[in-house]
Structure formats: C-alpha cells, structure tokens
Design a protein around this ligand. Structure first.
Ligand SMILES: [Zn+2]
Ligand SMILES: [Zn+2]
Length: 60
C-alpha cells in the first residue's frame, strides 16, 4: 500500500517552551505580546500568561 507513506510527516513537531515536551494534536495556543505561543496544555498556557516575556522569545 504505497499511498500511506506520503501523508505522515508534513507537520513539524513542536516543543512546548514551558516544559519542553513534544506538542501533539490538541496543543494550546496562547497569544502574548502579539505572538502566538503553542504549549502542551492549560497549565503551561497559564505559565506563559504569567510570564510572557520569558516564553515568547525565539531562541537563536
Ligand atoms: Zn508544556
Ligand atoms: Zn503542559
């Protein structure tokens, strides 16, 4: 069944900036300082809101 191989890997895996876990389907999007930060769950979303500057920065 060759058709199965083509569709799987087009979504990059993200990591939660709070706890460093991989975010699968159903991650939480939090808007802070004009950016959208995607985290793994409600608890991490609350941490981002509590300290937005810490988690909205993009590491170089
Ligand atoms: Zn997290
Ligand atoms: Zn979490």
């Amino acid at each position: 069944m060759p058709g199965f191989l083509t569709e799987a890997h087009d979504v990059a895996t993200k990591k939660c900036p709070v706890c460093d876990w991989e975010i699968k389907e159903g991650g939480q999007s939090v808007k802070v300082e004009g950016k959208t930060v995607v985290v793994c769950c409600d608890e991490c979303a609350a941490k981002v809101k509590a300290d937005p500057g810490k988690f909205s920065q993009v590491k170089g």
